[in-house]
Design a protein around this ligand. Structure first.
Ligand code: NAD
Ligand code: DAU
Length: 362
């Protein structure tokens, strides 16, 4: 998968949903030593990684090391880089929930912008001290979102050349971090690559996001909140597909480039909710269909209407396209959550999150 000279990888945000999936894939399909830098915030959990290590065998235990550090602290960040001595950095750490960014934008500015700035500074200092040989394969891969491009109407798709037009504090903070990464490449010569991906779903996602939230609400027979008229469109990608695309770009992506990653699976929110309700009707029938729980609620402020991704560049250059179908992977995800209700309760309690509506204007 990687150039054999690459031995050590530093992943930021590996306690989160997507970072955890990337680490599970790396454990299975590479020999790399993995350093997992995370501040261990409300959405962090290592159960999925620990289960994977337990399944693969004890000899894998030393392959994954957690570094408890916060990117908003420069000293901790620099220390983590020196400790891990990486050949590759995958930067996933971020505050990731749009609704939380509406309630508390400062957290997003600090973690996503200042955090990325600290990581870039420390990475550049580290990179400049590497031997020419190690410099030749070192890479800094920044994982970002399609939300930096703003909102589409009924037509068109985002691509690598789409103008940035973020609309929420979250997407503005991610857009800023993309610009910082790009400027560290152009100005200082740090070898960077950026990926912008659409909505992910799958196991181990913190239950505040649409799909796990709806699964849990329908399981407990609670009202299912659908924002606005339910017609906003997202392009859904199964998280295993995203992890595979990340490792592909980390290994083969061209320096200084950005790549869009998408699911080829546009759905409006009502369609997603109905699809979950249909699976629930089959595996946990109620006296009434689960769709009767749908409750139209006040819209998200600044709610982006539609996202869609043209992933032709990554397909053309590397032959990547999503492997997993939405309906099968959604069913798998619903079943996973129903089998892991204890984990959901545990992580929600730890985060002091009771599933109430967040993200309305102050
Ligand atoms: P997540 O919220 O599940 O996990 C993020 C992790 O980053 C958490 O463990 C958190 O503790 C850590 N983190 C945050 N700030 C930190 C800091 N200052 N220092 C150290 N660790 C910190 O998020 P996710 O859904 O796994 O998203 C991962 C990345 O992918 C993010 O950068 C996000 O913007 C991007 N992304 C997410 C999606 C999606 O649908 N979830 C889609 C495209 C891109
Ligand atoms: O597009 C990529 C982005 O996808 C990532 O960068 C973000 O980190 C990730 O959180 C996600 O952002 P969204 O805002 O699209 O995801 P969320 O799950 O919060 O909402 C998906 C859609 O569902 C959105 O249109 C709002 C709506 N929604 C959400 C929730 C939580 C509801 O209708 N009801 C809900 O309860």
């Amino acid at each position: 998968m990687f150039n054999s000279k690459i031995k050590r990888i530093l992943i930021t945000g590996g306690g989160g949903f997507i970072g955890g999936e990337v680490i599970r894939l790396l454990l299975k399909e590479s020999n790399l030593q993995i350093f997992n830098l995370d501040k261990i915030g409300y959405a962090s959990d290592f159960t999925g990684i620990n289960n994977q290590i337990a399944n693969l065998g004890k000899q894998y235990e030393n392959r994954h090391k957690i570094i408890h550090a916060d990117l908003t602290n420069y000293e901790q960040t620099e220390d983590a880089i020196l400790k891990s001595d990486p050949d590759l950095i995958l930067h996933l750490a971020a505050e990731s929930h749009v609704d939380r960014s509406i309630d508390n934008p400062r957290i997003f500015i600090n973690n996503n912008i200042i955090g990325t700035y600290n990581l870039l500074e420390a990475s550049l200092k580290f990179y400049l001290n590497l031997s020419d040989e190690r410099k030749s394969f070192f890479k800094f891969h920044h994982i970002s979102t399609d939300e930096v491009f703003g909102a589409l109407g009924f037509e068109g798709k985002f691509s690598e050349t789409t103008r940035y037009d973020p609309r929420s504090p979250y997407s503005a903070s991610k857009a800023s971090s993309d610009h910082l990464v790009s400027s560290w490449y152009h100005t200082y010569g740090l070898p960077t690559v950026i990926t912008n991906c659409s909505n992910n779903y799958g196991p181990w996602q913190f239950p505040e996001k649409l799909i796990p939230n709806v699964i849990l609400k329908s399981f407990y027979n609670q009202k299912i909140p659908l924002y606005g008229d339910g017609k906003n469109v997202r392009d859904w990608l199964f998280v295993e597909d995203h992890a595979e695309a990340i490792l592909l770009i980390a290994s083969k992506g061209r320096i200084g480039e950005s790549y869009c990653i998408g699911g080829d699976s546009e759905k409006n929110n009502k369609e997603v909710v109905l699809a979950i309700c249909e699976v629930m009707d089959q595996i946990k029938p109620n006296n009434k269909p689960h769709e009767s729980l749908i409750n139209y609620v006040q819209d998200r402020p600044g709610h982006d209407f539609r996202y869609a991704i043209d992933f032709n560049k990554i397909y053309r250059e590397f032959g990547w396209r999503p492997k997993f179908s939405f309906s099968e992977s959604l069913e798998r995800t619903v079943k996973w959550y129903l089998e892991n209700l204890d984990w959901c309760e545990k992580i929600k309690n730890k985060a002091n999150y009771d599933g109430s509506r967040i993200g309305l204007k102050k």
